[in-house]
Design a protein around this ligand. Structure first.
Ligand SMILES: [Zn+2]
Length: 345
């Protein structure tokens, strides 16, 4: 069992960035080195730094406060700002073939949960080495709702929720219409600054986005929607009959033409269908324990929801009770880890 230390970052955007950079310096350095060792064929690090510039310009225009956080983090970690910003531009880092195992999500509305709360479950699959670089960060930025996040190096957020009762979980998808713009990783940060569902949706769909994830946005009053996006299009998939699940392919028929690697979707479809089956066959109102069991499911091995791959695995599993602002976080595979509680006060 591993317990992530909580990093509390407080102050202006630059100060918060500096604190996260200082706390996560070794992880950020390692991420840069790892990326330098796995560049797309024929691309040098200097090429990548140059290709990043239009993404940086779009972000400076749209979200200067995110740039301030990255500048602070680079300073705090003692690394070059542009080297760090390259890591935010996933759009430039496609290196097929895709590894198996990505992420699987469950979201449950108050009408079918045992305690009448919004419950979310998320498994995050990455290279096994990423597990050591995960950070749990509580952000208290001067002009925004406080929020908590989990992600590599603190800055690269996979999931989180804020004091206004907005959560962001979701899944990587692979759209074929990426373009220079605001990187999707940084749009996640903007969503977690939202005070309302409308603000969160507006952030997810900002017209200058470079790309998109399936951003699964939930509010504490039970609004739950998958924003299945690409750079130029999107579909909204709301929870139906009180629940939704998602993995790493476009579910909406409208979005399937944006699937960049259709040959890789079957492994995601198997997890998606298994997650649907678990929800349809649930024995009663959904409890925390039920979601824990579902996140530890192996029945579609080797491509299971709890993933034990060759060099790749589920590196963390999260259960969120949004109304209680509570996160239960298991580092490593949920079938063999303990969930440790955290509450956003
Ligand atoms: Zn397992």
């Amino acid at each position: 069992m591993t317990r992530l230390p909580l990093i509390r970052a407080v102050g202006t955007h630059a100060e918060v960035g500096r604190q996260i950079g200082a706390a996560c310096a070794s992880a950020l350095r390692r991420s840069i080195t790892d990326t330098q060792h796995s560049l797309p064929a024929g691309v040098s690090w200097d090429d990548l730094r140059r290709q990043t510039l239009p993404y940086l310009a779009a972000t400076e225009q749209a979200l200067p406060w995110v740039v301030a956080e990255f500048q602070g983090a680079a300073e705090g970690a003692g690394i070059d700002f542009l080297d760090l910003f390259v890591l935010a531009c996933e759009e430039l880092l496609h290196v097929p073939p895709l590894p198996e195992g990505r992420c699987t999500d469950f979201a449950v509305a108050p009408e079918i949960s045992a305690n009448g709360h919004v419950l979310l479950g998320h498994n995050n699959d990455l290279s096994a080495s990423a597990e050591q670089d995960l950070a749990l960060v509580e952000w208290a930025v001067e002009d925004q709702p406080r929020f908590v996040s989990v992600g590599v190096g603190g800055l690269f957020i996979s999931i989180g929720f804020n004091a206004a009762g907005i959560s962001l979980t979701g899944n990587e998808v692979h759209p074929n219409d990426d373009r220079p713009g605001v990187p999707r990783l940084l749009i996640v940060r903007e969503i977690l600054a939202a005070r309302t569902y409308e603000e969160a949706l507006k952030a997810a769909l900002r017209p200058d986005r470079a790309s998109s994830y399936n951003n699964l946005i939930a509010t504490e009053d039970g609004c739950i929607v998958n924003v299945e996006g690409s750079a130029t299009d999107y579909a909204l998939i709301p929870a139906q009959e009180g629940w939704t699940v998602h993995s790493n392919h476009y579910v909406s028929p409208k979005m399937q033409r944006y699937e960049r690697y259709p040959q890789w979707t079957p492994q995601s479809v198997r997890r998606y269908e298994r997650a649907c089956e678990l929800m349809r066959r649930r024995p009663g109102p959904v409890t925390h324990q039920m979601l824990r069991n579902y996140l530890a499911d192996h029945s579609t091995e080797p491509r299971s929801i709890c993933y034990h791959g060759n060099g790749r695995k589920t590196v963390f599993s999260a259960l969120i009770d949004l109304n209680e602002r509570r996160l239960d976080l298991a580092v490593g595979n949920p079938c063999m880890s303990t969930y440790e509680p955290y509450r956003l006060a």
